[in-house]
Design a binder for this molecule. Structure first.
Ligand code: ZN
Length: 115
């Protein structure tokens, strides 16, 4: 006897089977995929908010150094970015799509538009 991972019903069959039916197997995987997609959606929302926030800040300050605290107060979350860009001048930018962040040691950042 095995116990179905979805409906908890006991069923006969090969001992390595985890589900009583195809329907329970599908339900289990659909739920798991939905949870994985929810995680991706949550991160996408943060990235999108970062992108909107950085564009707003870039519209105000251009590439002048601003305090990270100010950027965070506007809604920027520095833990989330899309990739790292190494400039030809040896500078490293943390990218949020088309906008780069240059981090300074004094808790200031500069927003750089990469075309
Ligand atoms: Zn079942």
């Amino acid at each position: 006897m095995s116990t179905c991972l979805t409906c908890r019903k006991e069923f006969d069959g090969r001992s390595n089977r985890k589900f009583c039916s195809i329907s329970c197997k599908n339900k289990f995987h659909n739920t798991r995929n939905r949870e994985k997609e929810a995680t991706v959606n949550d991160i996408n929302k943060i990235l999108h908010k970062n992108w909107v926030t950085l564009h707003k800040l870039y519209g105000i300050y251009r590439s002048a150094p601003i305090s990270l605290d100010v950027a965070e107060a506007y809604g920027y979350n520095p833990k989330y970015f899309t990739h790292i860009h190494n400039s030809p001048f040896g500078e490293k930018y943390t990218m949020v799509y088309d906008l780069g962040i240059k981090n300074h040691i004094d808790n200031q950042i500069q927003i750089i538009s990469i075309d």
